[in-house]
Write a protein of this length. Structure first.
Length: 220
């Protein structure tokens, strides 16, 4: 195995050395971690920033679209039950149409929006937050382990992290899976993956519905 392949045995999610080749699909090589069960694309096939931005511009995130709002409410609803008046949050990876911000503003919640392509206010990443939303974001992380560590640093004690992403499909359907076919989707999680991540950071983990995860940072 060459040097590049040796480096890929490090799982980009949990940072263990337990990754192994899983399959080739759509001409891209994927790796699977034996420890956290994450699946991720080979580093050679990560999209560049120009490709990513172009794909995100195709997304239709209209906050006035009832169907889209219903989709987002699968995350907003369970997390909103955890929030108290006066809390401030961050929509991390809001995209070109920050619909979550509009929805929460309607409910008298204060939320700021950050996106590396469309709202790149890095000062927001230096603050701490009562809650953070990552809706259809974590599957885009090129270095998930580093990103989850950053999210942990931005959460206040007892703060909540809300995640929505499609959980991994069955292995036999992986090659045909629509979610995999989006070239900006480069890492895929299972329920046990999120439970493993929670254990790494000492977070409390709840999975109120398929594809929805709530994490709470514990007081130390």
């Amino acid at each position: 195995m060459d040097r590049h392949r040796e480096s890929e045995t490090t799982c980009r999610v949990c940072l263990s050395g337990a990754a192994q080749q899983f399959c080739t699909a759509g001409e891209r090589l994927y790796w699977r971690c034996r420890r956290c069960a994450a699946t991720f694309v080979d580093a050679a096939h990560l999209p560049d920033a120009h490709t990513e931005r172009g794909e995100y511009l195709l997304h239709e995130n209209d906050p006035q679209d009832a169907r889209y709002r219903g989709f987002l409410n699968r995350l907003v609803g369970p997390l909103q039950e955890k929030l108290r008046p006066g809390m401030q949050g961050l929509d991390f990876g809001c995209g070109p149409g920050p619909a979550l911000g509009y929805m929460l503003a309607e409910k008298s919640c204060t939320i700021h929006c950050y996106d590396p392509f469309f709202r790149p206010d890095a000062s927001l990443l230096e603050r701490t937050w009562d809650f953070i939303f990552c809706s259809e974001v974590v599957e885009h992380f090129h270095r998930p382990g580093r990103e989850f560590a950053r999210l942990d640093a931005m959460l206040k004690p007892d703060g909540w992290l809300g995640i929505m992403t499609c959980f991994q499909t069955e292995d036999e359907r992986f090659e045909r899976w629509h979610y995999r076919q989006d070239l900006t989707h480069v890492v895929f999680y299972r329920r046990e993956t999120f439970e493993y991540i929670a254990g790494q950071f000492g977070w409390r983990c709840e999975i109120p519905a398929d594809n929805v995860v709530l994490m709470q940072k514990r007081c130390k």
